[in-house]
Structure formats: structure tokens, C-alpha cells
Design a binder for this molecule. Structure first.
Ligand code: GDP
Ligand code: MG
Ligand code: K
Length: 299
């Protein structure tokens, strides 16, 4: 007797959770290449970045959502709305929490939101490399006491622990469907958005706390030169003159560092040598102006 052939499956997964629990790290570990940006500062992720994991029997389309939190300004409102709409549209939600932190008000807030959607929710307990095995069970109990999860998966995104278990649990919720994207495609984000995010990540790494929300990066030009090298002109927008000074640094030292690090990542990602022409400009109060938000693609 011939065994029935498993049907190919595909579908969408929203990765949600408080800032810094490791959502971007998880997505990057899953697809094995750096496309979502990672940073040790909260709320790095502004745009939905769709990553594609192609397996032998399924294609999983991941959406990295901005953290759900109480908005403080217009850009914050946009971020929260994007995250919440996503929950209704996907096949399964992966709620990522940090094993090294207590279930707090932030998690409670998200769990309350999750109770209003019908989508199945997986609890992903990340950073288990940081705790002893004995401490995993109490965390699981704490969470399952407040919410009816479809499954609980402890992982380490950083060390790639138990990621197969996670994809197996995800696959259970996918419907039979086509392979939407070619195997070698890792993200559907336009190249320029990914490049802009890489540059923004480098700035967050080298600047102080006051900078993160005050910047936006616009890629003005990407040109392929006759020898196949890329020429990229990018503008970093800040809100105040003082911030411009911070990003550029004494004698332009910081901007050079940012450009160097970003270029290395861009070359890795696109596989071609590139020249990054990096500028810093002041655009007052861009965060609170709808028109500026539109210009930067945050709508
Ligand atoms: P996001 O804000 O949820 O996207 O979090 P990130 O992916 O930017 O990660 C925030 C910080 O947590 C970074 O410094 C990561 O290196 C760190 N991190 C993420 N996953 C793990 C993990 O599994 N173990 C440990 N020890 N650190 C992690
Ligand atoms: Mg992130
Ligand atoms: K982050």
C-alpha cells in the first residue's frame, strides 16, 4: 500500500512580544541570514519585515511586528496599530517572552490583547541559555495559568536551541498551500528598506539613548556601476542640530564607523562590493508630522 503524500503547507506567523525579548534574533536564526535588524535597545523594529523560511514540506512566512506597548507619539501609534492588525491576519501567533524576566505588566497587557483574537498562540520562552533547566517549568506554569496557549516551546534564539520544535509546532497550524516565494528568497522587503534598517541599526549601536526614536534613514539612490559595484546614497534624518553632531561624532569619526559597519552588512546581504555615501540632515519634528511619516514609508 502506498502512503498518502503529505500536502505542502504554507502560511503566516506573527512574531510578537515586548521589546528586547529576542524576536529579531529568532527570525534571523531561523532563516540564517541577517535581514531583520537587531539591537540591545528597545523598539528597534518599525516596519513589518516578512521573512521566508522554506522547508521540504512547508513555507513559513514570518512577520516581525513592532512591540505592542502604550503609544507615546504618532509614530508609536502607527507601530501599535500595525502590530495589532497583524494578529488577525496570520495563521498562528508566536508570543516570545524572555526567560530571564518576570511575567510583568508588559506581558499582561499583550495577553489581554491576545484574548481578543481567535488566532492560535504559541508561547515561545526565549533565552533559556541564561537560566537553569529547573527554572523552566515554573515559568511555563505562570504563563499557562493566565492563557490557553496552543503549545509552549522553550528556545534559545541565540544558540539555535529547539528551533526545529518551534517550526514543527508552527506547521501544525498551517493550511495546505503553495510555495509562495522562490526558495532563495529571504525577504520581500524592498532592498532599500533593508539597507535603511541596517544603517539605522548601526546608528543605534553607537549612539546614546536619546537618539533611537529621533532618526529615520532614507535611501536616495542605489546604482549599479559598470564593474557591478553598488553606489548607495543614504540620508540619516535627525530632529535637532545637536543630534546631528552626536551621529557625526568628533571629526566625523562616528559616522565613518557607522558607514563602515553598515557597508560590511550590505555587502554580505547583497553579495556585491558597495560604496556607501552617508549624509546626516536635520528635519524638525518629523515624528509628529503625518506627511513625514508617509515619506519614510511608515504608513
Ligand atoms: P527584539 O526587540 O525582541 O527584536 O529583540 P532582539 O532580537 O533585538 O534582541 C534583544 C537582545 O537580546 C539582543 O542583545 C540579543 O542578542 C539578545 N538575545 C536574543 N535572543 C537571545 C537568546 O536566546 N539568548 C540570549 N542570551 N540573548 C538573546
Ligand atoms: Mg526587533
Ligand atoms: K530590539
Amino acid at each position: 500500500e502506498v502512503a498518502e503524500k503529505q500536502e505542502y503547507k504554507s502560511g503566516f506567523v506573527a512574531i510578537i512580544g515586548r521589546p528586547n525579548v529576542g524576536k529579531s534574533t529568532l527570525m534571523n536564526s531561523l532563516i540564517g541570514q541577517k535581514v531583520a535588524i537587531m539591537s540591545d535597545k528597545p523598539q528597534t523594529t518599525r516596519n513589518k519585515i516578512l521573512c521566508v523560511l522554506t522547508l521540504a514540506d512547508a513555507q513559513i512566512l514570518f512577520i516581525d511586528t513592532p512591540g505592542i506597548h502604550k503609544p507615546k507619539h504618532k509614530l508609536g501609534e502607527y507601530m501599535v496599530k500595525t502590530a495589532e492588525n497583524t494578529l488577525h491576519e496570520v495563521d498562528v501567533v508566536a508570543f516570545v517572552v524572555d526567560a530571564t524576566e518576570e511575567l510583568g505588566a508588559g506581558e499582561q497587557y499583550i495577553l489581554e490583547r491576545l484574548k481578543t483574537v481567535k488566532t492560535p498562540v504559541l508561547l515561545v520562552i526565549n533565552k533559556i541559555d541564561q537560566i537553569s533547566k529547573n527554572n523552566i517549568l515554573p515559568i511555563i506554569t505562570q504563563y499557562t495559568n493566565c492563557f490557553d496557549f496552543s503549545a509552549v516551546v522553550p528556545i534559545s534564539a541565540l544558540e539555535h536551541t529547539n528551533l526545529d520544535h518551534l517550526t514543527d509546532e508552527i506547521k501544525k497550524h498551517l493550511k495546505p498551500g503553495p510555495q509562495y516565494y522562490p526558495e532563495d528568497m529571504l525577504t520581500d522587503q524592498p532592498e532599500r528598506l533593508v539597507i535603511a534598517e541596517l544603517i539605522r541599526e548601526k546608528i543605534l549601536h553607537v549612539t546614546r539613548e536619546e537618539i533611537p526614536h529621533a532618526i529615520a534613514v532614507d535611501i536616495e539612490e542605489i546604482t549599479t556601476r559598470p564593474n557591478d559595484d553598488l553606489y548607495i546614497r543614504a540620508v540619516v534624518y535627525v530632529e535637532r542640530e545637536s543630534q546631528k553632531g552626536i551621529v557625526i561624532g568628533a571629526g566625523g569619526k562616528l559616522l565613518k564607523e557607522i558607514g563602515h559597519a553598515a557597508r560590511k552588512d550590505i555587502e554580505n546581504l547583497l553579495g556585491s562590493k558597495s560604496f556607501l555615501d552617508l549624509w546626516v540632515k536635520v528635519k524638525k519634528d518629523w515624528r509628529n508630522r503625518d506627511s513625514s511619516l508617509r515619506n519614510f514609508g511608515y504608513e
